[in-house]
Write a protein that binds this ligand. Structure first.
Ligand SMILES: Cc1cc2nc3c(=O)[nH]c(=O)nc-3n(C[C@H](O)[C@H](O)[C@H](O)COP(=O)(O)OP(=O)(O)OC[C@H]3O[C@@H](n4cnc5c(N)ncnc54)[C@H](O)[C@@H]3O)c2cc1C
Length: 337
């Protein structure tokens, strides 16, 4: 058990693209800062990439990061799991992080299991909640389990680091609030880290998902809409609000909207300023993808619908009456802020 005491500090896996830090890095700082404060330790980041300037790195420092261990080499410019895992292994051996959290991005989802196996430890993917146990100091990793029917809290009592991923957009990114006092330590690359059987061809992302996940306002349609022919009224409301349109799984399974619109456990996670759920019941698997929205408005004819339990504003009524009236009101009332 004493070996566990050698491990310290909360670490995040920061990510970059073309030398620019990605949003997920700042979301992880928000998550990591809470944990570091609870644990009373430093918040550190590891970052691998090509040409990353110190100025760019200090954006992390201005958000309160204490240390960045960075490996800069042109061969790390694009993600490749084998070299990345070797560098991560070096970081783990050198710094012995007590906790490592990463985004459940394509990089995090690929690298973290690989690195966890190398480090002979566990990994909890897609956590919705992370907290430090005040008694043991261990990491409580909470995520939906058994088809999303329960929330399970998972611990890693006998191995270190404790490793977890969290969905992108499941929290707000940290904002720069101070002068950077962050220490930058370079990990010097070694040629043998770069042998790989993987050839990088390119990266293609689904534009749809990105715009929905990045939208400040999202109008989400559920099965209450009854059929695809009724969707134009949802788009009209979204248009009046300058919002993106999302959907529940029931709507996607019925083919009324495509999968990139799906929000929830098996879809994407969003954290907009405004979420409007229309004819959405509020099943736990749906809530897993939107409950961190700043303001939640629900329109549902059933006053007992689960969604009202987490809504800031609820409208009990027939969506076929409420939605056109709302759209008209917004259009006649001018800009919504
Ligand atoms: C492993 C697993 C993963 C899942 N992943 C997801 C996921 O990622 N995302 C997701 O959304 N679901 C997911 N689900 C499905 C989830 O359990 C629910 O079945 C789904 O979210 C329900 O969608 P809904 O709210 O559109 O439909 P319903 O639950 O059928 O709700 C329809 C709502 O519309 C209301 N309504 C009906 N008519 C009107 C009207 N005229 N005016 C106003 N309101 C009306 C009803 O009162 C009702 O509350 C998953 C399930 C499992 C088992």
């Amino acid at each position: 058990m004493d070996k566990l005491l050698e491990y310290k500090d909360i670490w995040i896996l920061a990510q970059q693209k073309e030398g620019r830090l990605e949003r997920i890095s700042f979301e992880l700082i928000t998550r990591g800062r809470e944990l570091a404060d609870q644990r009373g330790c430093r918040l550190c980041a590891m970052l691998f990439g090509g040409d990353i300037t110190d100025d760019e790195l200090h954006r992390l420092g201005r958000c309160g990061l204490d240390l960045a261990a960075v490996c800069r080499d042109e061969r790390l410019k694009d993600f490749n799991v084998e070299p990345y895992a070797r560098v991560m292994d070096v970081v783990i051996s050198k710094y012995r992080p007590e906790v490592i959290i990463a985004g459940a991005t394509s990089t995090g989802r690929t690298l973290m299991p690989y690195a966890a196996i190398k480090a002979n430890t566990g990994l909890t993917a897609d956590c919705t909640g992370l907290a430090i146990d005040p008694e043991s100091g261990g990491l409580h990793q909470t995520r939906p389990a058994i088809g999303g029917n329960i929330m399970a809290t998972i611990k890693t009592p006998a191995h270190r680091p404790q490793m977890a991923t969290v969905r992108p957009h499941s929290t707000k990114p940290a904002q720069p609030a101070q002068k950077s006092k962050m220490l930058i330590e370079d990990i010097l690359p070694e040629d043998q880290w770069f042998t790989t059987g993987v050839e990088y061809l390119g990266f293609e992302s689904s534009g749809d998902q990105v715009s929905l996940a990045d939208s400040d306002r999202v109008v989400v349609v559920g099965r209450g809409i009854k059929k695809a022919d009724n969707l134009p009224m949802i788009y009209e409301l979204a248009d009046a609000l300058d919002a993106a349109v999302g959907a529940t799984r029931d709507v996607v399974d019925r083919g009324w909207l495509s999968y990139p619109h799906q929000i929830g456990l098996s879809g994407i996670t969003i954290s907009p300023k405004l979420y409007i759920g229309i004819g959405v019941s509020g099943a736990i698997q749906h809530l897993a993808g939107m409950q961190t929205a700043e303001t939640i408005i629900a329109i549902n004819s059933d006053p007992e619908a689960q969604i009202f339990k987490i809504a800031d504003f609820g409208i009990v009524g027939d969506l076929f009456e409420v939605v056109p009236a709302l759209t008209q009101q917004i259009r006649s009332g001018g800009v919504v802020d």
